[in-house]
Design a protein around this ligand. Sequence first.
Ligand code: KIV
Length: 262
Amino acid sequence: MNERKSVTAATLLRAKQRGEKTAWLTAYDAVSAKIAEAAGIDVLLVGDSLGMALLGMETTLPVGLDQMLHHTAAVVRGRQHAWVVCDLPFGTYQKSPEQAFDTSVRVLQETGCDAVKLEGGEPMALTIRFLSERGIAVVAHIGLTPQSVKRFGSYRKRGRDDAERTGLLKDARAVAEAGAVAVVLENVPEYLAAEITQTVAIPTVGIGAGAGCDAQVLVWHDLLGISEENPPFAPAYANVRQVMSDAISRWAEDVHQGNFPT
Ligand code: KIV
């Protein structure tokens, strides 16, 4: 019998309090969820990065709610113990707390996942409070927020000057006070992520934010070396793209030569 306990928001908070790190990884289907969980991943994030990682989109903006529901339900079917978080896609929560609530209810009811993630700091605090007070576990995402790429014009690092540094500290405090159960810090300087981690009581989850965060998250395709190009902060731990390509090309060659089936 597998004695592993299910991960919850409380587990993640306790891990922070004990100084234990947790490992988050994106997953978009049931098979990946099973592999990741068996390999020791604590949290499976169904990121809207699936638009780029899986669906050939240039940004996360075209990702729709139906796509998130489809992939999140698959991840939930594949997991046993990991905590599953679903990204709320662009345009499905920014209009009002009520809109965010309606979207979150669909996500939780139709997929069985554990939490929703939304992008934005202080301006989203009201929405985070609205959801939290109604029993929804919310993960906030600050720093580089990919859904705002058209507003900022690039995916550059955030928090490099004094104004941005102060703004990010305010954002982190605001989302924590509003009831977020964790906060993703994307592409912010290491010293600032460490300062935020010391400042807020909730777990911080770093991606391109240095070693001082309570947890780390990477995109599946980057970690496994499937992406054509990785961001500088995301080292590939394998070259799965090459492994797949070699297997497929050997098989195609065998078919073309009439050597398959043997
Ligand atoms: O969409 C995503 O995969 C994310 C992670 C990069 C944090 O938001």
